[in-house]
Design a protein around this ligand. Sequence first.
Ligand code: S3P
Length: 250
Amino acid sequence: MRNIVLCGFMGTGKTQLGKALAQRLGLPFVDIDGEIERTTGMKIADIFEKMGEPFFRDLEEKLLREYGSKSGQIISVGGGALQRESNITSLRQNGFLVCLFAKPQVILRRLRDDDTRPLLKSEDKLERIESLLRLRFTNYLKADAFLDTSYKTIALCLDYLSSLTSLLYEGKIPLDFQKAPHRWAFCALEQNHEKLFQFLSDPDVSVRFTSAVKLWKSRIPIETKHFKTGRNIFLKWLLEEVEKIGDSSS
Ligand code: S3P
């Protein structure tokens, strides 16, 4: 049974949703940052301050390798975990990666008074969030599925994640889910997840493919106004990719 790995930027809801998902599915939950704190007996902020970021990253890498080789767990990883390619390999080995997104302003609102994230210590937190997102989005896009938690309730996010997990465990997600078009299909379906079952149960991949493009295109006008932030860079990229699919499938 594959691990479900929740990755993505700080403040997108990985730990909260991971815990709730594990409880709903009756699976063990592992929070890698929690494991780092347990192993070292230190808070993340203190590890950054006293031992430095490279020490933290090496420990993170070691734990991701260890937990990535097990199965049947819900794992939540720190926001910087996908920055090392070796970590993506460890997590992929036996896991399905769901990247949680949120708009920078929403992340700021959620973390405005938080002092446990050393990388967000800055006079201008919003600028810091946006620049880190810009730096990281290429690797976030290597995930298998995406969920924007910006304006969704926890219950809705949880429904989406458990539908996705059930599909995966029932063998309804094609084994080549890491490749296009399935990844784009997941992106397109992210805000329309009631269609997920219907869509994935279609035996004809090309039908899935075309409906994903159609679904995505129907959302485009609301999302393409500004392409400045990490989320919008992501959308722009996606739009370009979908246009390419559109061209080759028409
Ligand atoms: C980090 C995110 C944090 C934690 C550390 C570094 C990052 O985890 O791993 O502060 O590099 O984005 P959360 O994403 O759970 O806040």
